[in-house]
Design a protein around this ligand. Structure first.
Ligand code: PGA
Length: 250
């Protein structure tokens, strides 16, 4: 794992977008997995701008959803997919047949999980994985107690995740308390991983990710031994790190 500390959110977003662009230009046919949330917004904006300038194209890439609520209508604007679609997918040139999502109101969740697992297999695994970091160390909806063998599955969401995702919902909405997630087993095998960590609210969990024992209680710690994993943090997120660690890793 390599830790790269950037000045602020803008610098982090630009750096992440350039890494993604360079990776896609070198590997145009891969399976991409991108996160939802506040953290990747600047990266998406920068990628859209690079696409508009002709610097990158997604027409040969595939995209698979990282996670999704379970138990809401597939055409609901509250789907995480709908968010990703509005924010990014529609603004660039993916072919619809290469974009894959969880069916959030599937009646047969087991078959849905098999379908998604078969897509990952048919694409030879995830090529480029970009992640955000939950304040509890989750990656995707792999909540605490997800070990590296955790498969793609439905999980019960923790109060932290429900709270952090409440911004997607109106106050009186009934928020699903479970969701699909790609499993740790597929995520940790991605050929390149970029973890984005931004803001003071992530300082504690970034420190735990880098310094606590590698264990399922903080799933993001499993990224640490991976040579192909880049953690991009802004200075606020890095504010609780030991400076020796920064010098050694940076
Ligand atoms: P955030 O969410 O980017 O909105 O902080 C990250 C996450 O919970 O995975």
């Amino acid at each position: 794992m390599k830790l790269i500390i950037l000045k602020d959110e803008q610098a982090l977003s630009n750096y992440a977008a350039k890494m993604v662009m360079d990776h896609i230009n070198d590997n145009p046919n891969g399976l991409l997995v991108f996160p939802t949330g506040n953290t990747p917004l600047g990266m998406f904006e920068s990628l859209v701008s690079k696409y508009q300038k002709g610097l990158v194209s997604f027409r040969n890439s595939s995209l698979l959803e990282l996670d999704e609520y379970y138990g809401i209508a597939i055409n609901s604007y509250l789907n995480l997919f709908a968010w990703l679609d509005r924010t990014f997918i529609q603004k660039v040139d993916f072919f619809p047949k290469n974009v894959f999502r969880f069916n959030s109101d599937s009646l047969n969740s087991e078959a849905e999980i098999q379908r998604i697992s078969a897509i990952i297999q048919s694409k030879n695994g995830i090529d480029l994985l970009v992640l955000g970091l939950g304040t509890n160390g989750h990656i995707g909806f792999n909540e605490p107690n997800s070990d590296p063998t955790s498969p793609t599955r439905i999980v019960k969401l923790t109060p932290e995740s429900l709270q952090s995702n409440s911004r997607y919902w109106d106050e009186d909405s009934i928020v699903p308390d479970s969701g699909f997630t790609l499993g740790m087993d597929s995520l940790l095998k991605a050929r390149k991983i970029i973890l984005l960590v931004q803001g003071n609210s992530k300082a504690e969990i970034l420190n735990a990710t880098l310094n606590s024992d590698i264990s399922a209680s903080v799933p993001s710690t499993y990224l640490r031994p991976l040579k192909n994993c880049y953690i991009l943090a802004d200075q606020e997120a890095a504010s609780k790190l030991d400076t020796n660690l920064i010098n050694n890793l940076g």
